[in-house]
Write a protein that binds this ligand. Structure first.
Ligand code: PMP
Length: 404
């Protein structure tokens, strides 16, 4: 059983007011809030052992290095990677995807095919389009259904011996759809294609086991998991990370540099050029500890309860349409009310202290599919309550009356 009132004490921001009203924070899919336990780790880093890592013989540098590498191991254990050097620290999901897309420039040839799902965030579309421009590879799409799920029949028809890579999100940030990534990975592997899963939106709700999934690459951002912005991780199977060339050149990622030839460092440092976000990596580890102390099963059960409660309540409003599937969905409700622009709804809700996202959610192809400019998206975390959903419901009704 989750004790939400106790948990909320860890998040002082949840007690503040916005526009004279108590804040209701329902923009968790954009970024989650950060508990005291993680903020304390950030403060401790800057108060007590701020130093550059891996290079220093002095004690502070060694302390920072030990904590940074301990965070890597926490992340490895959380995602059940076989080896800690399969975890590459990144600045976030976008960085991880670009790193892999850049590496595949060296591995693809003209006419090779790569497959994207129709439910992607722009950060899992654009880097691959750029890869196609560089290599002459062809981008194919797994279409979506009216229900907001992937059309798996067409996926199988699009897959072929020419497919080299498939990429898909674990959970759609725009609709909340939990995608059948196990099937996608199995089918892609059957034709010899690698798979990258964008776990940005799944990571706050689902504890992914990269070995059980047998996924080739899995990417996340710390800020969706109660951690800081500007930190994240790329998991890659060792064999793939060996095969991909480095992404950026610089300090840290080299073995030896001469003007004739430079050799690269071993994993994971080959992909970690320059001074990294040391504090961010350490705080990411603390965020994972925090989420595990609440427990992912507990989080999932509670968020499902919130989602069901909100779905039932909002569905009673005439003219309101919820986009996305009814079940097999993470804590996201994307909706519109007939005749009302999502932006106008968002502005009124903000005046009532309710933070929701409005717009295309960096997933324009989904909006084009439904022929809408965007949606209002309320996304929940384990620190939200049913009382807050009641406030959202009343706010939506009020906004509807004002705007109709
Ligand atoms: N993919 C998905 C599914 C997301 O929800 C997001 C963040 N909205 C991203 C990728 C990009 O993450 P970031 O901006 O942290 O790199």
């Amino acid at each position: 059983m989750i004790n939400v009132q106790e948990i909320r004490k860890d998040f002082p921001i949840l007690s503040r007011s916005v526009n004279g009203k108590p804040l209701v924070y329902f923009d968790n899919a954009a970024t989650s809030q950060t508990p005291n336990q993680v903020v304390d780790v950030i403060v401790d880093y800057y108060h007590n052992y701020n130093a550059n890592i891996h290079r220093g013989v002095h004690s502070l540098s060694q302390e920072a290095t030990d904590k940074y590498e301990a965070a890597r191991i926490k992340i490895q254990q959380h995602f059940n990677a076989a080896k800690s050097h399969e975890i590459i620290f990144t600045s976030g999901t976008t960085h991880g995807i670009n790193l892999v897309a850049n590496g595949f420039s060296a591995l693809l040839e003209k006419g090779d095919e790569i497959i994207v799902s129709a439910l992607e965030h722009h950060s899992n579309i654009v880097p691959w389009q750029m890869l196609c421009e560089r290599t002459g590879a062809v981008l194919k799409v797994i279409p979506m259904t009216e229900e907001g799920t992937l059309d798996m029949v067409t996926f199988e028809a699009v897959l072929s011996e020419k497919t080299k890579l498939v990429f898909c999100n674990h959970v759609s940030n725009a609709l909340g759809t939990i995608n059948p990534i196990e099937t996608i990975i199995e089918k892609a592997h059957a034709v010899g294609a690698a798979v990258l899963i964008d776990g940005a939106q799944a990571s706050p709700h689902i504890k992914a086991d990269v070995q059980a999934l047998d996924v080739d690459f899995y990417v996340v951002s710390a800020h969706k998991m109660c951690g800081p912005t500007g930190a994240g991780m790329l998991y890659g199977k060792e064999a793939w990370l060996q095969k991909l060339p480095p992404y950026q050149g610089g300090g840290e990622m080299i073995a030896e540099v001469t003007f004739e030839k430079t050799t690269y460092a071993d994993l994971p440092h080959k992909f970690e050029a320059g001074t990294p976000n040391i504090c961010g990596g350490i705080a990411f580890g603390a965020a994972i500890d925090y989420m595990n102390s609440v427990g992912f099963d507990t989080i999932a059960t509670y968020e499902d309860e919130l989602l069901q409660y909100a779905t039932e309540k909002l569905s009673t409003i005439a003219g309101l349409r919820i986009y996305g599937p009814n079940d097999h969905k993470a804590a996201v409700i994307s909706f519109n009310i007939e005749g009302i622009h999502p932006y106008d709804m968002g502005v009124i809700l903000d005046k009532l202290g309710i933070a929701v996202r409005t717009g295309h959610h960096c997933a324009q192809p989904i909006m084009d599919f439904y022929n809408i400019p965007g949606t209002v998206r309320a996304s929940f975390a384990f620190y939200n309550t049913k009382e807050e959903i009641d406030i959202l419901f009343e706010g939506v009704v009020r906004a509807k009356n004002m705007l109709s």
